[in-house]
Design a protein around this ligand. Structure first.
Ligand code: GLC
Length: 832
C-alpha cells in the first residue's frame, strides 16, 4: 500500500494521507539552524547543537508517537468547532490533506470546516530562524451560486499558533524538573514572544516567535493555554476551546509561545500570515533583550514577498547542489534516488551525523568520528569546502598516539568516548576521497593540534565491568601539533602496532560493528575486518604519497614503502588466520576462538569482511568470488543482505551486545543497510554488474514505496536497518535518515555501478552495470568542469571500457582528463 508518491519535477515527495505508519519527516536548514518536521508538523528545532541549544521541546517515544511540533489551530467562531490544519495535534478528520516534503522545505495543505490552508515551513539560507507561511482561505466550494455568495457572511475565525520552548539543554529539560520548573522565562511584546530562559548569564542566545499580524491575545505559560492539569490536552486546549488566550507570562514552569489572531474571511478570500521562530545569538545584546519594535528581529521575513524570494533561494540552492551529479539510467527509481533523495540524505547525514533525528534523540551521540568521516564520501562532490573543514575538525579529536575520541559536540568541539579500533582509519578514506574530488593536496599540510585527554572519559558506549582493563592512555596527555598527514600516519601506526596473537589488529572495545564488543579479561580479541580496512588504508596512503610526488609536492615518495610493508604484512596475516575455507572470518574472541566461522554454532558467516577482502585486494580472485557467492547464498533476502547467518539465539558473553538483540534486529542478523553498499562495490570490482544491481535495488528505499505498510519508514530515505527474516516484522525499516547507508549507497551506485569515479589524476569511467541496460548518461561536475558522460552497452555486457572518446578525441583506457576550464566536455564510452 502507498501513502504517497514522488514528484520528481518539483523534487518533492507527496504524502497523501496524514496517518503514515510512522512520522515521515524532513530536515529544514543547513548546518546552523535545523528544524526536523514531520508530515503532521511534529518535530523540534535547534541551533547548532541539539543537546545544548534546543529550541523546541520534543517528547520522545510518546503516545501518540509524534508529540511536540509547530502547531496551529483554526477555530470557527460561529460554531466553536476547531481543527489543526496539519492534522496533529487535534486529529480531526480532514476533507483534504497533502504534505509535500521538498528540498529544504515542507508544505502541508488541508481542508476542514470549509477552510482551506496551505502552510510552508522552511529555514532561509544562512539565517538562524524558521518561517511558517500560512495561507488561509474560506473555501470557494462553500459558495454554490451568486445569490448564495451575496448572502454568505464573512467567516470569523481564530487562528492559534502553539510551540513549546525547550529550556535549551535538552537533557536537563527532560530530567531535572525540580530546578527547570523554576527557570523558564517568556513574555510577549507586540506580536513577538520572547523566550529568555538563562539569557544574560548561562546563555548568550534567546529565542523569539513573531507573527506578521496584530495579535488579539497570547500565552507564554503552558498551563494557561492548555488549562490546569487534568482539564485539557494539546488536542483541545482551553484557550482554543474558549476562543482566546489569557495573555500569560512565563516566570518559571513551562514557557510556550501561542498567538491568538482573529480573522474575518469573506467567501473565497485568502489571507497570508507569517510566523517566524528564531534565535538571536546575542553576544552583542547582553542583559535582557532590548525592547524591540514589533517583529523587528524577524524583520522583513514577516513580509510575504520576502518570504517567497527566500523560499525560491532555498529551491535554487538545492537545484544547484544536486546539479553536480545527475544521471539518466534505464531505471527511473534509481535516478530518483541518486539525483534527488539520496544526495539530499547525504547532506543531512553529513550535517548531523547520528545526532538528531526521530530515532537519535539529539542528546547522546554527537558527531561520530567513524560515521562523520564516512559521511563525507557521499557529499564531497557537492560542497567540498564544508568537507574540508569537517575533516580538519575530526582530525582535531585524534590523540598524538593515533587513537581518537569516538565523537564530538558540534558546539564545543569537545571529544567523548574512547576505545574503537577502526576509528583512526576512516580519516584516511575521507581525506583521500576529498583530495580525489578536489585535487587539493594542501589539506595534508594543514596544522591540526592533537587532542588531549583532559578528563576521565568512558571507553565504549556503555559501561562494562571489564573495560578498565582495556584502557591504554599512554601518549594522550601531550598537546602536540601535527599536519593532517601526521594525523593519518599516526592513525595507521596505532592500528598496526596494537596487534594480537594472530598478528591482526586488536578489536578493543569494538570495531565498525559497535555491538560486537568481545571484551575479555585478556584484552586479546582481534578484528579481521579492521585488518582488511588497514590494508586498504595503507594502499590509499601509498597512492596519496605517490600522487603528491607526481604533482611535484614531494621530491621522493619515501613514505610509500612503509605503507606497502604494513599492508603486505597484514595481508599475509589475514590470508593465514582469516580465511575459513569458504569465506573470511570476522574476528577472534578474547580466547582466540574464531568468530564468523563454520566452527561456530551460530553467527557462522558475517557480511562485513567478505566485501572488504575484495575492496582491499586480499586473497585471490577465486577466494573473492567464493566468499561473495557465500554471501549471496546465505545472507541475501528480498530486502537486502543480512549482517550475519545464522542469527544468535542466545547470549554469548564472549561476543557481547550483538547477541543480546532478538534474531533479526540490529547487528544480530537484520538487513543492515550500510554494509550492503560494500557488497555492491565488491561485486563491481569482481565485474558482476547483475548482482551488484540486484543488491542495490533490494535496499533502495523507493523500491519499498508500494509496500509502505510493511516498510513503515519513509520511502524516500535509507534507514539503518530492516528487520531480518528471523524477525516477525521482516521487512520493517528501523531508524531512518541518519545512517552511513546514505553516503555508502550513493558512493557505491555512482562510483561503482555507474563507475564515475574521481581519482587523483582524472575521472575514471568504469561502469559495472546489469546486462539488461543498453547504456546510461551522467552529468557530473569534477574539478571545475562539467563532464557529460554517455555510456553505451551494445553487446549487453557488465563491464569493460577500453577507450574513451573525449570531445571527439580517442583516449586509450578509461581515465578522462582533468580540464578545470568551467566548460562542458563530452565523454563517450562503450562497454566492449
Ligand atoms: C551504527 C553506528 C555506526 C556503526 C554501525 C554498526 O550505524 O552509527 O557507527 O558502525 O551502527 O554497528
Amino acid at each position: 500500500m502507498r501513502f504517497g508518491r514522488f514528484d520528481n519535477q518539483n523534487r518533492e515527495y507527496v504524502i497523501t494521507q496524514p496517518d503514515t505508519p510512522l512520522p515521515w519527516i524532513n530536515y529544514l536548514g543547513e548546518s546552523k539552524y535545523c528544524a526536523l518536521i514531520s508530515n503532521t508538523a511534529g518535530g523540534y528545532s535547534f541551533y547548532r547543537d541539539p543537546r545544548e541549544n534546543r529550541i523546541l521541546r520534543y517528547r520522545y517515544d510518546n503516545i501518540p508517537f509524534d508529540q511536540g511540533g509547530r502547531y496551529l489551530y483554526i477555530r470557527d467562531d460561529q460554531t466553536g468547532k476547531f481543527f489543526s490544519p496539519t492534522w496533529a495535534p487535534v486529529y480531526s478528520k480532514l476533507d483534504k490533506y497533502e504534505c509535500r516534503h521538498g528540498m529544504g522545505y515542507t508544505t502541508i495543505k488541508s481542508k476542514c470546516l470549509g477552510i482551506e490552508t496551505e502552510i510552508t515551513y522552511f529555514v532561509p539560507l544562512g539565517e538562524n530562524l524558521e518561517v511558517w507561511k500560512v495561507e488561509i482561505k474560506s473555501a470557494k466550494s462553500e459558495i454554490r451560486n451568486k445569490s448564495e455568495a451575496r448572502n454568505l457572511k464573512s467567516k470569523t475565525i481564530t487562528l492559534f499558533s502553539f510551540i513549546e520552548f525547550c529550556l535549551w539543554n535538552a537533557v536537563e529539560d527532560m530530567t531535572n524538573f525540580q530546578r527547570t520548573w523554576s527557570t523558564g522565562l517568556a513574555h510577549c511584546e507586540g506580536s513577538t514572544i520572547y523566550h529568555t530562559t538563562q539569557f544574560g548569564y548561562w546563555k548568550d542566545i534567546f529565542a523569539y516567535f513573531a507573527a506578521s499580524e496584530k495579535i488579539d491575545s497570547h500565552d507564554c505559560q503552558r498551563k494557561d493555554f492548555l488549562g490546569d492539569y487534568g482539564y485539557n490536552t494539546l488536542q483541545s486546549p482551553k484557550a482554543v476551546v474558549e476562543g482566546k488566550c489569557s495573555n500569560s507570562k512565563a516566570v518559571g514552569w513551562a514557557p510556550i509561545g501561542a498567538h491568538c489572531i482573529k480573522l474575518k474571511l469573506k467567501p473565497g478570500q485568502k489571507k497570508t500570515i507569517i510566523f517566524v521562530l528564531g534565535v538571536e545569538p546575542a553576544a552583542k545584546r547582553r542583559g535582557s533583550p532590548k525592547k524591540e519594535p514589533r517583529g523587528s528581529l524577524a524583520g522583513s521575513f514577516l513580509d510575504p514577498k520576502r518570504v517567497d524570494k527566500e523560499l525560491q533561494k532555498v529551491k535554487d540552492y538545492w537545484k544547484d547542489n544536486l546539479s553536480k551529479f545527475q544521471c539518466e539510467t534505464p531505471d527511473q527509481d534509481l535516478d530518483t534516488s541518486l539525483n534527488i533523495w539520496n544526495q539530499y540524505q547525504c547532506r543531512q547525514t553529513f550535517a548531523w551525523s547520528r545526532y538528531a533525528s526521530y530515532y537519535e534523540s539529539g542528546i547522546g551521540r554527537g558527531m561520530g568520528f567513524r560515521d562523520s568521516n564516512q559521511d563525507t564520501l557521499g557529499f564531497a562532490h557537492m560542497l567540498p569546502k564544508e568537507v574540508r573543514q569537517r575533516i580538519l575538525d575530526l582530525a582535531a579529536i585524534q590523540f598524538a598516539d593515533g587513537s581518537t575520541y569516538h565523537q564530538y559536540s558540534p558546539l564545543t568541539k569537545k571529544g567523548d568516548l574512547l576505545g574503537y579500533s577502526d576509528d583512526p582509519l576512516w580519516l584516511v578514506f575521507s581525506t583521500a576521497n576529498y583530495i580525489k574530488e578536489t585535487g587539493d593536496f594542501s589539506i595534508l599540510d594543514e596544522k591540526v593540534p592533537f587532542a588531549v585527554l583532559d578528563r576521565p572519559v568512558q571507553i565504549g558506549h556503555y559501561p562494562h565491568p571489564l573495560i578498565p582493563l582495556m584502557g591504554r592512555e599512554k601518549g594522550k596527555g601531550k598537546r602536540e601539533k601535527g599536519t593532517l598527514m601526521d594525523h593519518l600516519e599516526a592513525g595507521i601506526l596505532r592500528v598496526y602496532q596494537d596487534r594480537g596473537p594472530h598478528g591482526l589488529p586488536l578489536s578493543k572495545f569494538a570495531d565498525w560493528n559497535d555491538c560486537l564488543n568481545m571484551i575479555g579479561k585478556r584484552g586479546k580479541a582481534e578484528s579481521v575486518l579492521v585488518g582488511m580496512i588497514l590494508v586498504k588504508a595503507c594502499k590509499e596512503m601509498e597512492k596519496i604519497t605517490g600522487s603528491r610526488r607526481e604533482v611535484g609536492i614531494l621530491t621522493e615518495a619515501s613514505g610509500h614503502k612503509k605503507y606497502r610493508k604494513i599492508a603486505d604484512e597484514m595481508q599475509k596475516a589475514i590470508e593465514k588466520a582469516g580465511w575459513d575455507g569458504e569465506w573470511y572470518r570476522r574476528a577472534f574472541d578474547d580466547n582466540g576462538k574464531p568468530v564468523g566461522s563454520k566452527s561456530c554454532k551460530e553467527g557462522k558467516l558475517y557480511l562485513e569482511p567478505q566485501p572488504w577482502a575484495v575492496i582491499s585486494g586480499i586473497g585471490n580472485r577465486e577466494m573473492g568470488i567464493g566468499c561473495m557467492d557465500s554471501v549471496y547464498k546465505l545472507l541475501f533476502t528480498k530486502y537486502g543482505l543480512k549482517l550475519l547467518h545464522p542469527a544468535y539465539t542466545k547470549y554469548y558473553p564472549e561476543l557481547g551486545e550483538i547477541s543480546t538483540y532478538p534474531p533479526g534486529l540490529k547487528e544480530n542478523a537484520s538487513v543492515f543497510c550500510h554494509p550492503n553498499a560494500w557488497a555492491v562495490i565488491a561485486e563491481c570490482i569482481l565485474g558482476r554488474g547483475d548482482r551488484a544491481y540486484e543488491y542495490c535495488k533490494a535496499i533502495l528505499p523507493i523500491s519499498q514505496n508500494e509496500i509502505a505498510e510493511t516498510r513503515k519508514t519513509e520511502p524516500y530515505v535509507y534507514c539503518q536497518m530492516v528487520a531480518g527474516p528471523d524477525h516477525p516484522d521482516f521487512g520493517e525499516g528501523k531508524n531512518s535518515w541518519l545512517t552511513g547507508s546514505a553516503a555508502w549507497n550513493f558512493y557505491a551506485a555512482s562510483q561503482y555501478i555507474l563507475g564515475i569515479r574521481p581519482e587523483y589524476d582524472g575521472l575514471r569511467i568504469d561502469p559495472c552495470i546489469p546486462r539488461a541496460w543498453n547504456g546510461f548518461k551522467v552529468r557530473r561536475t569534477f574539478r571545475g568542469a562539467c563532464y557529460i558522460i554517455k555510456v553505451s552497452n551494445p553487446k549487453r555486457i557488465q563491464k569493460g571500457v577500453k577507450y574513451l572518446m573525449v570531445d571527439g578525441r580517442k583516449i586509450e583506457g578509461n581515465l578522462a582528463p582533468i580540464f578545470k576550464d568551467r566548460k562542458e566536455h563530452i565523454v563517450e564510452a562503450i562497454l566492449a
